[in-house]
Ligand binder design. Structure first.
Ligand code: ZN
Length: 459
């Protein structure tokens, strides 16, 4: 498909594709062009690009038959779970966690590397250019798990927002996880500070930015939640945790703290414009109002919520209230598919199951996965739209195959249709996927390493 003049010039021109820019006014082009220079978008528009005749080399990509969108932004995931998938198939959240905790207690550095590599490779193949990873399992003597995942993300080439998670509320203290899987509160806080200091890059265009994330109301103490929030705000990084995922969690909060999960979060300083929460399935009108008023973001994970039978998040109500909503694949052990593009369709379908056929449009679903995700991560100035000056994180989807060619509208083809193959995925202008194959790492190697880790953990 490509007429390659130079692959190393730092300049790349995509032409002939449909474009959904997902900019502030939802500008779209039936047939247009995108010029990338030095990792950023230099031009976007209808038709062909103006002549580039300054003599500098440009790699030209023929986008005929494709749709270009902003690269998808995944706002919630647990990559280490990639190597513990397919278990506790009929369990709800608490049953699923209880069955998997002992296996996670045996995880080591090499397992995390293998799981992160496979999970990120698979995300890239589903159009994802930026992802979070909420890692909250740190067994004693397991190695430097956080460093291992950051290193693996660098190899795959995705923009990475790892969340240094933590749990300090073991079963003997009234929490859900076994005591041997939780950390000492002070040790968890020190390790979180260390993760920020070592890996978080606050500069424009950053490839790695760390967030702070005690796991959930039933696995993190009140002190850990409060002090982690203070740490994050002191260092100027974002906060992330699970909230209001299940009825069981709500019952736990009412019994333990005498309030709803959202009230508990607010009491601990966990609502605000620097916070994004995972799930928000069980939110009453007052909780939605407070989340909106405080500028808190929400990671919507429709497939995981369905897999665990947790419920349908009130996405329409959240959007109408002005809440920044992104999409998350979650899992990987509670959502074995792990494809971000598939969550667009899932989000649309579950919104309509809850609120009827006008509850979410295809374009709104695409906006959740792009602009919405960028807002959750505090990067709407750099990511989430194809606009001049933004980072060149772009997904080029092939929609002229048997599954998509006859769908009337390219955006409907992407959202209503089957997951489309990724023709080209750029992260900061660098190709990570080309013609449906990973360009940065060997897919077979990812598979072999993940299989080995999964086999070891199942024994
Ligand atoms: Zn989760």
């Amino acid at each position: 498909m490509e007429l390659v003049t130079s692959a190393s010039s730092g300049r790349l021109l995509i032409e002939g594709c449909a474009i959904a820019t997902v900019d502030g006014v939802g500008r779209e082009h039936e047939r247009g062009h995108i010029l990338v220079e030095d990792g950023r978008i230099a031009a976007v528009g209808a038709g062909s690009a103006d002549r580039i005749d300054d003599g500098a080399p440009v790699r030209r990509v023929d986008g005929t038959g494709c749709l270009a969108t902003p690269g998808l932004v995944n706002t919630h995931h647990h990559l280490y779970q990639w190597v513990t998938r397919g278990l506790a198939q009929q369990a709800d959240l608490f049953g699923w966690l209880t069955e998997l905790y002992p296996m996670w207690a045996r995880i080591r550095e090499e397992d995390v590397s293998a799981a992160v590599g496979a999970g990120l490779g698979w995300l890239a193949l589903s159009g994802c250019t930026t992802t979070t990873d909420h890692h909250y399992v740190f067994p004693a003597a397991a190695g430097d798990l956080f460093a291992a995942e950051v290193a693996e993300a660098g190899r795959v080439g995705l923009r990475f927002h790892p969340v240094r998670g933590s749990m300090d509320l073991g079963a003997s203290a009234g929490g859900l996880p076994p005591d041997d899987l939780v950390e000492d509160t002070d040790a968890a806080l020190a390790a979180t500070a260390d993760a920020i200091d070592r890996f978080s890059d606050p500069s424009p265009g950053a490839m790695v930015r760390v967030a702070v994330g005690p796991c959930s109301p039933f696995s993190a103490s009140e002190r850990l939640m409060r002090e982690a929030a203070a740490l994050a705000r002191d260092r100027g990084v974002r906060l992330h945790t699970h909230l209001a995922e299940t009825v069981d969690e709500e019952d736990y909060c009412r019994a333990t703290h005498g309030c709803t999960p959202a009230e508990y979060a607010e009491r601990l300083g966990w609502l605000g414009p620097d916070v994004w929460l995972a799930h928000g399935v069980h939110l009453d009108a007052e909780a939605i109002k407070r989340i909106a008023e405080t500028g808190t973001g929400l990671a919507h994970c429709p497939s995981s919520n369905a897999r665990l039978g947790a419920g349908l998040a009130p996405v329409r109500d959240l959007l109408d209230a002005g809440v920044p909503v992104g999409l998350g694949v979650d899992g990987a052990a509670s959502q074995e598919a792990g494809q971000l593009v598939a969550e667009l369709r899932q989000a649309l379908l579950v919104a309509r199951l809850r609120g009827g056929p006008t509850a979410l449009t295809a374009r709104e679903a695409l906006a959740l996965a792009t602009r919405g995700g960028a807002r959750c991560l505090g990067r709407e100035d750099e990511l989430g739209a194809i606009e001049v000056g933004k980072l060149a994180d772009i997904a080029l989807w092939r929609i002229d195959g048997l599954g998509h060619a006859d769908i009337a509208d390219p955006v409907a083809a992407l959202v209503f249709g089957a997951p489309a193959p990724v023709e080209l995925l750029l992260v900061g202008g660098r190709p990570v996927v080309e013609r449906g194959r990973l360009a940065t790492v060997d897919e077979r190697d990812l598979l072999v390493r993940a299989r080995r880790a999964a086999d070891r953990l199942r024994i």
